[in-house]
Design a protein around this ligand. Structure first.
Ligand SMILES: NC(=O)C1=CN([C@@H]2O[C@H](COP(=O)(O)OP(=O)(O)OC[C@H]3O[C@@H](n4cnc5c(N)ncnc54)[C@H](O)[C@@H]3O)[C@@H](O)[C@H]2O)C=CC1
Ligand SMILES: O=C(O)C1=N[C@H](C(=O)O)C[C@H](O)C1
Length: 266
């Protein structure tokens, strides 16, 4: 089998270091280069303790792709950078697998058109953990019958964005099937601003940030005399890697943009 040549953006990060281990242990993957905000000109083996990686580090994705033969870009940096990198990769027919968040509906439309024009596969995955994908799918099933729903997402306190991409994706999947309802008391007040969380189509989303957490979400449904809680916990970043690996393999076989791994797992 021919190896899939990967450029990894964000190799020093919490996700990036796990992704390096995953690439190293996958015989048909090869690290072609890396993109980092520092360390340009060095080699990956010089900045992380993985001596097998000779791949060069670039500080600019344009230059990296000018000088590197690559099939796939994995981006695990931060929201605005991931979006920019996705576009640069597509313009060069390198297939992006993006783990960062912050894509508006308008971004998704524009980038889908770009992927279709270039006939180049692209995957944006708000969450790579297979359990989290199932949590979202089960939540969508439940929302059809129990439309009163609140989402509580909990993350480590180094997370930049709120609410999480996973919470937004969950809410979006729920709005596809749920009848719009006004939740809570019609006359409820918020005596401390933010107490009821963010609001999306009547649903409430609450974001918790604490040291000690990794990535966790509860979707709580309420009905007459009953509640249903669907809960997922990522205990470490290794939990995301089977999904990253699957996305890299699948992006090689598609010629359009896919938003969410639920669209590629059977
Ligand atoms: N889709 C998913 O399943 C998951 C997505 N994430 C997302 O992945 C991203 C990374 O998460 P963590 O590893 O926890 O963050 P982190 O802060 O540990 O790592 C981010 C890395 O990106 C690098 N970086 C920043 N700007 C850059 C630039 N311009 N070019 C290249 N590299 C740059 C930083 O140096 C850092 O090493 C976040 O956006 C996070 O929300 C995190 C976990 C799971
Ligand atoms: O920043 C994180 O850590 C995570 N980000 C993604 C999100 O915003 O949903 C995925 C996962 O929750 C971890």
């Amino acid at each position: 089998m021919e190896k899939i040549r990967i450029v990894l953006a964000g190799p020093r990060g919490k996700m990036g270091t796990e992704a390096l281990k995953m690439i190293e242990s996958t015989p048909h993957f090869e690290l072609a280069a890396a993109v980092d905000s520092r360390n340009g000109g060095k080699r990956i083996k010089d900045i992380v303790g993985l001596p097998s990686f000779e791949a060069l580090i670039y500080e600019d994705l344009h230059v990296c792709l000018d000088e590197t033969v690559a099939d796939v870009l994995i981006d695990l940096t931060k929201p605005e950078i991931g979006k920019k990198h996705l576009e640069i990769a597509l313009e060069r027919n390198v297939r992006p697998v993006i783990g960062t968040t912050g894509f508006s509906d308008e971004d998704l439309r524009r980038l889908s058109d770009l992927a279709a024009d270039r006939q180049t596969g692209a995957i944006i995955a708000p969450n790579f953990a297979i359990g989290a994908i199932l949590m979202m799918k089960f939540s969508q099933m439940a929302a059809k019958y129990l439309p009163h729903v609140e989402i509580i997402e909990k993350h480590h306190d180094q997370k930049l964005d709120a609410p999480s991409g996973t919470a937004l994706k969950t809410a979006q999947l729920i709005t596809e099937v749920r009848e719009s309802v006004k939740q809570g008391h019609p006359e409820e007040t918020e005596d401390l601003p933010g107490a009821r969380g963010a609001e999306l189509d009547g649903m409430r989303i609450h974001s918790v940030r604490l040291p000690g957490l990794v990535a966790h979400q509860e979707v709580i449904f309420g009905g007459e005399g009953q509640t249903l809680t669907i809960k997922h916990d990522s205990m470490n970043r290794a939990s995301f890697m089977p999904g990253v690996k699957l996305a890299v393999e699948r992006v090689m076989k598609i010629d359009q943009l896919v938003y969410g791994l639920e669209n590629i797992i059977e």
